[in-house]
Ligand binder design. Structure first.
Ligand code: 4NP
Length: 157
């Protein structure tokens, strides 16, 4: 159940199979731990459409599972025009996600778009795309996403 003041957050990366599904799962988990589930509704999407309908990358599923979070049921989708209306915050994982979002959404929605870590108050930190790298990239993405999630969810307190 969402309360009437709940914040709808859309996490966005390029492919919607590595970073943003992790952000969706980790943020939900962190919000629940803080007793703040009803303050947020969350989803994720990609600016690119190569993997639409796929489950998250197995490496993202694995790093989430290692921390007790199940993201295996998520399904990749591409950002749609009405997302800019429906969501209160549209948070990119890196600067190019933010630039793509600002270029594709209508001008009046630009204030909803931000860098995830920046909005969380961690500074202009990007979460690098781990897709072509080793497992380190996924461990790093998890660590930064967790820290940003705790900081952002904590703002609702
Ligand atoms: P993500 O990683 O943006 O964190 O989901 C990527 C996954 C797939 C591709 C690029 C980035 N790709 O080009 O297929």
């Amino acid at each position: 159940m969402q309360n009437e003041h709940s914040t709808a957050i859309l996490f966005v990366c390029l492919g919607n199979i590595c970073r943003s599904p992790l952000a969706e799962g980790v943020f939900s988990h962190v919000a629940a731990d803080l007793g703040l589930s009803s303050d947020f509704s969350v989803d994720s999407a990609g600016t690119g459409g190569w993997h639409v309908g796929s489950a998250p990358d197995p490496r993202s599923i694995a790093i989430a599972a290692k921390h007790g979070i199940d993201i295996s049921g998520q399904s990749c989708r591409r950002i749609a025009d009405d997302d800019f209306e429906r969501f209160d915050l549209i948070l990119g994982m890196d600067r190019s996600n933010v630039d793509d979002l600002k270029a594709s959404g209508a001008h009046r929605y630009r204030s909803k778009v931000d860098l995830f870590c920046g909005k969380a108050g961690l500074g202009p930190i990007e979460i690098p795309d781990p897709y072509y790298g080793g497992d380190d990239g996924f461990a790093n993405a998890y660590r930064v996403i967790r820290e940003a999630s705790v900081a952002l969810a904590g703002q609702a307190r």
